[in-house]
Design a protein around this ligand. Structure first.
Ligand code: ZN
Length: 181
């Protein structure tokens, strides 16, 4: 079966606030499995359900894996909340939903996060560095916020223009392809 496509900026579905998960159903398990596949395929280290068009508070993450190694250990994170934040860090972020762009974003340096998994078990995790940044980035997705919403207006405007131009080119290519035999 084809992988679920990742929605791309400026798709309005990325701006929705996702609903909490109140029951782990087979559909949710299968969505999690799909998301893990998409994450490794893209490749990425995290993916939030709204990025594949599902407005539910679920994220998959594997901040350790590398494309060379096969030590994959994807976590399914349901209803994550940040309990505590400490310090600040500037991190260069990218996003599977924001093509061809990276920018520095200021985040809390350390966070304590609470979430449940597919077995309904509760986890409380303290983390820093990439993992802390990733949690904040993914939880933002659940709130309809992209990292480009956290950079200067000027940088965002420049990126938006570049993106619109790229989309227009794609459209023109589609038209040309449509005419070909
Ligand atoms: Zn993202």
């Amino acid at each position: 079966m084809a992988l679920r496509p990742v929605l791309l900026f400026p798709d309005p579905r990325l701006k929705r606030v996702s609903s909490p998960v109140d029951e782990v159903t087979d559909a949710l398990r299968s969505l999690a499995a799909d998301m893990i596949e998409v994450m490794y395929d893209e490749p990425g280290i995290g993916l939030a359900a709204p990025q594949v068009g599902e407005a539910v508070r679920m994220v998959v993450m594997d901040t350790e894996w590398t494309e060379e190694g096969n030590d994959r250990d994807a976590r399914v994170i349901i209803n994550p909340e940040i309990l505590e934040r400490e310090g600040s860090v500037i991190w260069t972020e990218g996003c599977l939903s924001v093509p061809d762009f990276q920018a520095e974003v200021e985040r809390a340096a350390q966070v304590t996060v609470r979430y449940t998994d597919l077995e309904g078990e509760e986890h409380v995790e303290e983390c820093d560095e990439l993992r802390a940044v990733c949690f904040q980035h993914e939880i933002d997705h659940l709130d309809g916020v992209l990292f480009v919403d956290r950079i200067s207006r000027l940088k965002r405007t420049l990126y938006t223009k570049k993106r619109k131009k790229a989309l227009k080119l794609e459209e023109e290519e589609d038209v040309a392809e449509g005419r070909a035999f």
